[in-house]
Ligand binder design. Structure first.
Ligand code: ADP
Ligand code: ZN
Length: 430
């Protein structure tokens, strides 16, 4: 049940002492090696010796994705070229890619954290893990792959897409767990249904590790019910190794963030002020163990909160609430702030709604939401469709305070992406 019990259950005071020691070492390292931090420290009159307590982290400058782009390709590297072992780039959902470097220690650490995550959700060497994330420059698949190998399970590097082949692999090699995006998991559930496969009877599948894009609790339930499995939320970002930063234990009540490797802060995204546990804000992370590319106070843009209190599993590392969106995901429609997650929550709570949707913004400020019907959700009576359409737009109006136009479309008719889902298309002429 534990991969590294001693570290995972460290008492708070010991954990914080370890964090401080690692923070100080990281600050000393970047002050010696990284020109961007040298310049920022000089501007602020800051010396590594000024960091005497964990609270002093607030004296350090933030790092943003714009900084990573400005220093592309190697400006943030803190080791000699011969020490670099691997390059990843971020998948570039929000612009041009960022280059992320790993040393040998970084590769090992990332795999070790992933092994902790998998063990925490009950994976053992007897499991068969089908990795349905994109292999390549993106961290998602490789970091999971190395972590699962460390645990000792049989890893199938399937990559995404080609559902026929996925199914064949699952049947022939008795796959027990998959690593997948929420959008592809839903699509795959549809695919099984279409082919008359009952996952509860015909497959050995028990668990899915789902992440890489925001999704709601309602979507988790949908995937769990459709596939008859447990879905564990998995959070990570390339700047912090990729997956394995925060993960759910068997209790599925928030994601333990590995605080011996990352120093976490939640801040008000507008003012930068720190927020207490329980309050939602932007997640800011400082790497504590990274050699090749240490980052101070990295602005993830992800909105979450720390769940107060201890988890029943005994781990002392604090838990993050499900990410409710990115601060740069927010849509502004007729002056109202809207997160796509709010729309998803409403849609996925309705049994008549299928597994895919698309938000389109048009004209001056119109929102059109295309919603796939569930297969069993339509009895062929047009009157019922009109009723459902009205029900969805009413619920959305209550949630969003603006009334979008809702279009119901046939199951399986909206585009599906193999990697991260593109849920919002903005054609506005504003
Ligand atoms: P990019 O920023 O180009 O998408 P990444 O591939 O590193 O690059 O993606 C990391 C981002 O994916 C995170 O910052 C977060 O927004 C999103 N993400 C990853 N896992 C989850 C998750 N479990 N829930 C919500 N969002 C997630
Ligand atoms: Zn736990």
């Amino acid at each position: 049940m534990f991969w590294d019990k001693e570290t995972e259950t460290l008492e708070r005071s010991a954990l914080e002492a370890l964090q401080l020691q690692r923070l100080q070492a990281t600050v000393r390292r970047v002050a010696r090696k990284v020109p961007l931090y040298q310049q920022r420290f000089a501007e602020a009159g800051l010396k590594p010796g000024h960091i005497r307590s964990l609270a002093d982290v607030r004296r350090l400058p933030f790092t943003t994705s714009a900084d990573l782009r400005a220093t592309y390709p190697t400006g943030m590297v803190a080791v000699a070229a011969g020490e670099l072992l691997r390059l990843h780039t971020s998948s570039g959902t929000t612009g041009k890619p960022k280059a992320l470097f790993f040393s040998r220690t970084d590769v090992d650490n990332a795999a070790g954290l992933m092994a902790r995550c998998l063990t925490m959700s009950g994976i053992t060497r007897r499991d068969v893990l089908q990795n349905m994330m994109t292999y390549g420059l993106f961290t998602g698949a490789l970091v999971m792959h190395y972590g699962a190998e460390k645990v000792g399970c049989l890893v199938i590097p399937a990559g995404p897409g080609n559902s026929e082949r996925q199914l064949l692999l699952m049947q022939d090699f008795r796959t027990t767990a998959v690593h997948v995006t929420p959008s592809y998991a839903l699509y795959f559930a549809d695919f099984l249904e279409k082919h008359g496969i009952d996952p509860r009877k015909d497959l050995a599948l028990r668990k899915a590790f789902v992440g890489a894009e925001p999704y709601t609790e309602e979507t988790r339930c949908k995937i769990e019910q459709a596939l008859g499995i447990d879905v564990y939320n998995s959070y990570g970002l390339s700047e912090m190794n990729g997956p394995g930063v925060a993960f759910e234990c068997v209790h599925k009540n928030g994601m333990h963030l590995w605080e011996d490797n990352f120093l976490l802060e939640i801040i008000d995204p507008q003012t930068g002020a720190p927020l207490p546990d329980g309050q939602p804000g932007e997640l800011v992370l400082t790497t504590l163990c990274r050699e090749a590319m240490p980052l101070l106070r990295y602005r993830t843009r992800d909105i979450t909160s720390v769940i107060p209190g201890r988890c029943r599993c005994g781990r002392t590392h604090r838990r993050l609430h499900r990410i409710t969106g990115r601060s740069d995901d927010m849509l502004i429609l007729r002056g109202v702030n809207i997160y796509p997650q709010q729309i998803e929550r409403v849609l996925m709570s309705l049994p008549q709604v299928g597994r895919n949707y698309l938000i389109e913004l048009e004209g001056l400020d119109e929102m059109i939401i295309k919603v796939e019907l569930a297969k069993a959700g339509f009895d062929g009576q047009v009157g019922h469709l009109v009723q459902l359409q009205a029900q969805i737009s009413d619920r959305l109006r209550m949630e969003l305070l603006v009334k979008p136009k809702v279009e119901l479309v046939a199951p399986g008719s909206l585009p599906v992406s193999e990697g991260k889902a593109k849920r919002v298309i903005d054609h506005r002429t504003l």
